[in-house]
Design a binder for this molecule. Structure first.
Ligand code: ADP
Ligand code: MG
Length: 251
């Protein structure tokens, strides 16, 4: 039982690309400070589900609310003006970093707050320096992305998303493009965020992270959530045979 509003509520969404049904009656609810980890085979719809939660994709059926406000209502996206305000509440980190190559690290972090939140340069710089310190990159503020390792780039991308002061952070396989020795530094930053109470939805193949950090693990297969529960249940006593075969393949 929870008295607070869910930060993200997805109700019965459906999404097709042409004839291909990619999400089929998907529902989930994320409470404040909850960490939800989504796992499942490639092509099962994990990225599409995350992208629906910040309207990078729009489901044709169902509804999505962010902190109680409609984002998508019965398959319809809200108007642009409201959309832009609501999107600022939802931070996203992608597998491929997506930093602006022609901007320094600190400029990458401040561009959103300055342009979208109309923050002054001084305030945005101060915020960015705090966030860069938090992700362990205070000394890289003036560097260009091309001079950074993959792990450093991803930590900048996390700082950039946090600079918009979102209510929830979505991570889509944030460590999948990294050399193995760089995965840990990114997971450490994500664990620290979770400990501070950030609400997070994380798509990952890092089962150790899921076991340690997730409040709820959801398993997707063929566009549906086929199983959900605390990590000890999903990993220790999976109910769905497809969960079992997926876990056998990845563990
Ligand atoms: P996952 O992240 O679990 O690997 P995705 O959500 O990326 O899965 O993709 C689910 C399915 O939807 C895949 O079959 C993929 O090819 C298809 N798909 C994703 N995005 C598009 C798109 N923009 N156009 C057409 N098909 C897409
Ligand atoms: Mg994906």
């Amino acid at each position: 039982m929870s008295l607070s509003k869910p930060i993200v509520e997805v109700r019965h969404i459906g999404k097709s690309f042409g004839a291909h049904r990619v999400l089929n009656d998907v529902s989930l609810s994320v409470q404040p400070s909850q960490v939800v980890v989504i796992i499942g085979p490639s092509g099962s719809g994990k990225s599409t589900l995350l992208r629906c939660c910040n309207a990078l994709e729009v489901p044709q059926e169902g509804s999505i609310t962010i902190c109680g406000a409609d984002l998508v209502k019965e398959g319809r996206l809200i108007p642009d003006k409201e959309l832009n305000a609501l999107r600022m509440q939802v931070g996203m980190v992608f597998q491929s970093f997506n930093l602006f190559p022609h901007l320094t690290v600190i400029e990458n972090v401040t561009v959103g707050p300055r342009q979208l939140r109309k923050m002054s340069k001084a305030d945005a710089d101060a915020l960015a320096r705090d966030l860069l310190a938090k992700v362990g990159l205070a000394q890289k503020a003036e560097a260009y992305p091309s001079t950074l390792s993959g792990g450093q780039k991803q930590r900048v991308a996390i700082a950039r998303a946090l600079a918009m002061q979102p209510r929830v952070m979505l991570f889509d396989e944030p460590t999948s493009a990294l050399d193995p020795e760089l995965v840990g530094e990114v997971l450490q930053v994500m664990k620290a965020l979770a400990r501070e109470g950030m609400t997070m939805i994380v798509v990952t193949h890092e089962m150790g992270f899921a076991r340690e950090v997730a409040d709820v693990v959801m398993v997707m297969d063929a566009g549906r959530i086929i199983e959900a529960g605390p990590p000890e249940q999903v990993f220790g006593n999976p109910q769905n045979p497809r969960t079992r075969s997926f876990l056998q393949a990845v563990l």
